[in-house]
Write a protein that binds this ligand. Structure first.
Ligand code: 2HA
Ligand code: ZN
Length: 275
């Protein structure tokens, strides 16, 4: 089968396009990666031609030998649908999880996303803690979430609670909460380590003054998660633009009732009393 005919590639391209249409991917902002299933690799094997091994810049031994579909460094999310062979690539990892080689795509040259260390370290954590269920890592420059990192304290508890309050579905969609990475230089190992630490307990990590990372089982769930968090952030931005104080809101006991009916566990540390 041709790579571009594979369902996982079509799903990846649709997600990139959806993110572009949301306004989350100015210029070359944002990146996406998918940990490919062995049978999906097998189905497109005829088109895979390995190039030179390159250093990842970190070590992900739990991902040794795995294949990933990833966006290219400097490539525009806008162009993933229009020129997929130029914008995205399939990479294979070596048997130590320290090097990668491109096997398909980036036909005009280039490298995988500059955030490859963050993507792979997040994949490694999520593969381990979900028993291999999670396959998608998504980074976008979500406008309203970024705006909030200038006005809310950069604390997991505050972001989680404030975003839960803005839409009743939120605690059901991300019951484990949201982690916050303070401002750091993007692209390197340090921010990758900080983000992957948070991914041990959360599916969402916000990079202050930069954007968001989401992890999930498939494209729909991961995109839906990012969309839900960003929509909630948009409501909070609107509320804060009207008034510094809410007249009424969802209270801690309301969240506790919701948790019972929707069969989710909401950690008490997010249900603090406000003064
Ligand atoms: O340009 O979003 O974080 C890609 C990025 C880097
Ligand atoms: Zn970014």
């Amino acid at each position: 089968m041709k790579v571009l005919d594979a369902e996982f590639v079509k799903g990846f391209i649709r997600m990139a396009t959806d993110g572009w249409e949301q306004g989350w991917h100015e210029r070359n902002g944002g990146n996406l990666s998918y940990r490919i299933k062995p049978e999906e690799v097998g189905a497109v094997q005829e088109e895979l031609v390995p190039r030179e091994w390159q250093k990842i810049g970190t070590s992900v031994p739990q991902l040794a030998g795995e294949y990933f579909l990833v966006t290219g460094s400097g490539k525009y999310m806008r162009n993933v649908q229009i020129q997929p062979e130029d914008s995205i690539c399939i990479v294979e990892l070596d048997d130590k999880g320290e090097e990668y080689r491109i096997c398909w795509g980036l036909v005009n040259g280039g490298k995988p996303t500059s955030e490859l260390p963050s993507h792979l370290m997040n994949h490694e954590v999520k593969k381990t803690v979900t028993n291999g269920r999670y396959r998608v890592i998504y980074h976008a420059h979500t406008t309203n979430t970024i705006a909030l990192t200038f006005v809310l304290p950069l604390e997991d508890e505050v972001f989680t609670r404030e975003l839960w309050e803005m839409a009743t579905e939120c605690p059901v969609v991300f019951p484990d909460g949201i982690g916050i990475v303070p401002w750091m230089v993007p692209g390197g190992r340090d921010i990758a380590v900080a983000t992957s630490e948070l991914m041990k307990k959360y599916d969402v990590a916000i990079w202050a003054h930069h954007g968001m990372f989401c992890a999930g089982e498939d494209f729909d769930l991961t995109f839906g998660l990012m969309h839900t968090v960003e929509k909630s952030a948009e409501i909070l931005v609107k509320v804060l633009s009207m008034t510094p104080t809410k007249r009424q809101t969802i209270q801690p006991d309301d969240f506790r009732s919701l948790a019972v009916d929707f069969k989710v566990t909401l950690p008490e540390r997010f249900l603090y009393e406000k003064h």
